[in-house]
Design a binder for this molecule. Structure first.
Ligand SMILES: [Fe+2]
Ligand SMILES: [Fe+2]
Length: 292
């Protein structure tokens, strides 16, 4: 599937700003825009809807990107933390990469569960859903490093084909330890699945597996400052071992925080997160919602 010739053309074109490997900026600071959980389907892309209609996730994605990039802040890097699609179709990735490529801003994309699993049977009780494993689009990154003057940005693929929950494998943890042993710059880690509970039973059933081992092994590296993830469709902040852990709203629909059963938050707007990585290793971060 990913060997389709159209993809190869797109891959060549995208190499200009994808995947980001090194970020330089005039003041050394790196302003990161995190967007996550786009959940685009072919129906969104093909729909002939009014462009203001946020029920179409293509429109909400475009509106989020447009609002973020028109703000009075320089965007040095866009990090897309998974669930780019809601059905694994190459044409949807072609569209998303085209839009991101057109920004001319360096960007990176990692997989979420929906990028490696098609779900069917949503009309049935959850236990009867079918989870169909799919190969990840080859443009999605895993174990990727972005170097900046004062920071290192590390990306992991936590998605498991055929599953909703994720996993940080032992070899992922070994890779992280190796990166952090070789470089003592402050580090930001991005992955799709959350690594600390959200205090919401149904979402926490789909957390990244192996997080105890992850936190145990990360305790040796004081330079790990920030973890960002998607998957939870909500804004949260947690702290563990000196690490600030952020989750971020989706560009489409949001989940209600602290609910033990699945609940969509109809009042919460699509959103995105800024992270400002300062030269002294400090980080400032905030979430913005789509203007009404
Ligand atoms: Fe999602
Ligand atoms: Fe997810």
């Amino acid at each position: 599937m990913p060997n389709h010739p159209v993809h190869d053309v797109n891959l060549q074109a995208h190499q200009v700003n994808y995947p980001a490997r090194k970020i330089t900026s005039p003041d050394g600071k790196v302003n990161v825009l995190q967007i996550t959980d786009l959940h685009l389907s072919m129906a969104d892309i093909n729909a002939d809807h009014d462009l203001g209609c946020l029920d179409n996730y293509q429109h909400s994605f475009q509106a989020v990107l447009q609002q973020a990039l028109s703000e009075d802040i320089r965007c040095d890097l866009i990090v897309v933390t998974g669930d780019l699609v809601n059905e694994v179709k190459p044409a949807i990735y072609d569209y998303i990469f085209e839009v991101l490529h057109a920004t001319k801003i360096p960007f990176v994309c990692i997989a979420g569960n929906h990028d490696v699993t098609d779900e069917t049977g949503h009309e049935l009780p959850f236990e009867q859903w079918q989870l169909i494993a799919q190969p990840a689009d080859k443009r999605l990154l895993s174990r990727h490093v972005i170097d900046t003057k004062y920071w290192q940005i590390l990306l992991l693929d936590s998605a498991i084909p055929g599953k909703i929950a994720g996993k940080i494998t032992l070899s992922d943890i070994d890779w992280l330890c190796q990166q952090l042993s070789n470089c003592d710059k402050p580090a930001l880690l991005a992955l799709h699945h959350h690594v600390l509970p959200m205090n919401s039973n149904w979402i926490d059933a789909h957390i990244a597996d192996n997080t105890d081992m992850f936190w145990q092994r990360m305790a040796a590296f004081v330079q790990l400052r920030v973890v960002i993830s998607g998957h939870t469709h909500q804004q949260q902040v947690r702290y563990r071992n000196g690490v600030t852990v952020y989750t971020t709203p989706s560009t489409c629909y949001q989940f209600k925080p602290y609910e033990d059963y699945f609940a969509v938050d109809k009042n919460a707007r699509p959103g995105y997160r800024w992270l400002q990585l300062a030269n002294n290793g400090q980080v400032a971060s905030w979430v913005k919602r789509l203007d009404t």
